[in-house]
Design a binder for this molecule. Structure first.
Ligand SMILES: NC(=O)c1ccc[n+]([C@@H]2O[C@H](COP(=O)([O-])OP(=O)(O)OC[C@H]3O[C@@H](n4cnc5c(N)ncnc54)[C@H](O)[C@@H]3O)[C@@H](O)[C@H]2O)c1
Length: 382
């Protein structure tokens, strides 16, 4: 028997994120043996009993539910993990907070800032521990970037640049809505690439470079109508297929962000670059274990971009994995978030980004969408 304290997980939604999180719960104690808590795969909730049972059998959940309200009522569940499409985050999170459950919620926090405020109010008034799965913060190379910035190595920051490029919706025959394509349906997703992809870039940017004060954006919906999977009818597409925005950060630097699902050849190209007075940093999700670093202080004849292979024992999170030189990948970012969450549970603390912190990303997304609609500069109002 394990001497660790059990933390009973109730997972809602067992798609892509349901799998990454469950993998995190299963792996965490093997690689982070110091943790006092052990996640227990107590129950998974989906809408069809057959599919949910198949997932439970495959991944090792003890029981299933087909209504998330029943899951939340259960006394044997400590934490609710929300892995459903965006339009259900608020309802599930607010009910879970009222029931006194800890909450791990997928991003984006909410459909918009107003809804996000209600979620923040719910978790804070119930005093329940919470986190939002902006997992890219926990790529060791990105965490290292944060450390280098906090050490003051960049000096004054002038520029922050980020892209998140995909190409999977170019086909105009692709329908919108329903289980697999809810991202194309504004009623389920809230927005298109802004809430789906740029939200990640914005969360990382706020973390690395501080708050954003105002934005000027443009969006485009390249395919204006698509058949809706649920109604069978051709309907207007209301999501943004592409979005680009400029912004001012409160530290005086300028931001440039772009995201699209129409960049032929790109599957998930998330890149960021920060240019400071003394040094610059660059990172690319397709090469996620490397951090590129340019230091102007280096001697002139050997000055240049360094490619730091972030796999050494003194790099963030890496002492928990293999030996120096051997890299880890995407799924480990979720193991890291579970590890940080469990460590913070011991101290009664929520894990960054908390609901309140993720609300700021939501406010930037709202300002971006308002700016594109009104062709105006918009202040970010949390
Ligand atoms: N952190 C990340 O990098 C990341 C990546 C992908 C998705 N996400 C977020 O995770 C969430 C889920 O995305 P996904 O890619 O896993 O989607 P998905 O479509 O693969 O899975 C969603 C699951 O939710 C289920 N579901 C829908 N309504 C439900 C309900 N009322 N009760 C129970 N189950 C329900 C669906 O059947 C499906 O199993 C979204 O909010 C998305 O933005 C985050």
């Amino acid at each position: 028997m394990s001497s660790k304290k059990p933390l009973n997980i109730g997972l809602v939604g067992y798609g892509f994120m349901g799998r990454t999180h469950t993998n995190g719960y299963k792996r965490v104690n093997d690689f982070f043996p110091e943790l006092a808590y052990r996640p227990v795969l107590k129950a998974v909730c989906g809408r069809s009993a057959e599919g949910t049972q198949a997932f439970a059998d495959q991944w090792g959940y003890e029981s299933i539910e087909t209504d998330w309200r029943k899951l939340i009522e259960r006394k044997d569940i400590d934490a609710i993990d929300i892995c459903t499409p965006n339009n259900s985050h608020a309802e599930i999170a607010i009910a879970a907070a009222k029931a006194g459950k800890m909450i791990l919620c997928e991003k984006p926090l909410s459909m918009n800032t107003a809804e996000g405020h209600k979620m923040v109010e719910a978790v804070e008034s119930a005093g329940v521990l919470n986190t939002v799965w902006y997992n890219y913060r926990r790529v060791p190379a990105v965490t290292l970037a944060k450390k280098l910035i906090d050490e003051g190595r960049l000096g004054k920051v002038f520029h922050y640049r980020a892209n998140f490029l995909q190409d999977w919706t170019i086909n105009a025959d692709l329908p919108q809505g329903g289980t697999a394509l809810w991202r194309l349906d504004a009623a389920a997703a809230g927005s298109g690439v802004t809430g789906d992809l740029l939200a990640h870039c914005i969360d990382t940017a706020l973390w690395l470079n501080g708050s954003i004060s105002d934005v000027s954006a443009m969006t485009e919906t390249f395919v204006k109508e698509r058949t809706h999977t649920l109604t069978g009818k051709v309907e207007k597409v209301s999501i943004d297929d592409a979005c680009a925005f400029l912004c001012h950060f409160s530290n005086g630097s300028l931001g440039l962000f772009e995201s699209t699902r129409y960049a032929r050849g790109h599957k998930a190209l998330y890149t960021l670059e920060i240019n400071g007075e003394n040094a610059s940093i660059r990172w690319d999700l397709h090469d996620l274990h490397r951090l590129e670093y340019f230091d102007y202080k280096d001697e002139g004849q050997i000055r240049g971009w360094k490619s730091i292979h972030v796999t050494d024992g003194d790099h963030p999170y890496m002492k928990h994995w293999w030996v120096p030189g051997l890299q880890i990948g995407y799924e480990h970012t979720f193991v890291h978030q579970v590890a940080d969450f469990l460590a913070n549970v011991e101290h009664g603390k929520s894990t960054s980004p908390t609901f309140r912190e993720a609300l700021e990303t939501q406010a930037v997304c709202d300002a971006v969408l308002a700016s594109a609609k009104g062709r105006s500069w918009e202040d970010v109002k949390v």
